[in-house]
Write a protein that binds this ligand. Structure first.
Ligand code: FES
Length: 175
């Protein structure tokens, strides 16, 4: 029997809320799939879209970003900014043939260990349905001798070009 596909998911978590929530899930011995590899940042507002693009260019099947609930960010508006950047990054990914469900942002507080476990279970289920990253598929095509532009080269290029630059959404129009 073929091995079941086990997605590699990069989790980028805010120190104050979701990282602590994930820690709580661990200390409470809540069971959830081990597919998420975590990077801790002080705030989701610190997440440059280039981090996400680089993760995909390196073969991540999905990226899960999680931080404080809206209104609870310890740096006031970091998660607002992150939410807008992630929405834009999903559009960029979509234009490169990625299913936008491969990039998700959630809000999990330090006291929501059980919710973190549910978020991970749900993400793993979604990505298992989507299958492995299209970057690997395209790379396999290239390896098989097909003339194909490698999506990972494109993503790596964008990640390099956008490193250190801010990708901001257009200002929200007020009524
Ligand atoms: S401090 Fe958690 S999202 Fe800003």
């Amino acid at each position: 029997m073929a091995d079941e596909f086990e997605p590699k998911i990069l989790g980028i978590l805010c120190n104050w809320c979701t990282y602590a929530g994930a820690d709580l899930a661990g200390t409470s011995r809540i069971q959830y799939p081990p597919n998420v590899r975590v990077i801790r940042v002080m705030c989701t507002g610190r997440i440059d879209p280039a981090f996400v693009l680089e993760a995909f260019s390196l073969g991540a099947d999905a990226v899960l970003i999680s931080g404080c609930h809206i209104g609870d960010c310890h740096y006031i508006a970091g998660n607002f900014k992150a939410r807008r950047r992630i929405a834009l990054t999903r559009k960029v990914l979509e234009s490169y043939g990625f299913d936008p469900r491969r990039l998700k942002m959630t809000f999990v507080s330090a006291s929501e260990g059980a919710l973190w476990a549910e978020v991970v279970k749900d993400m793993v289920k979604t990505v298992k349905k989507l299958g492995p990253t299209p970057v690997q598929k395209k790379t396999n095509l290239v390896a098989a001798g097909h003339a194909a532009v490698s999506a990972d080269d494109d993503l790596a290029e964008i990640a390099k070009a956008s490193a250190g630059k801010k990708l901001e959404a257009a200002p929200v129009q007020k009524n």
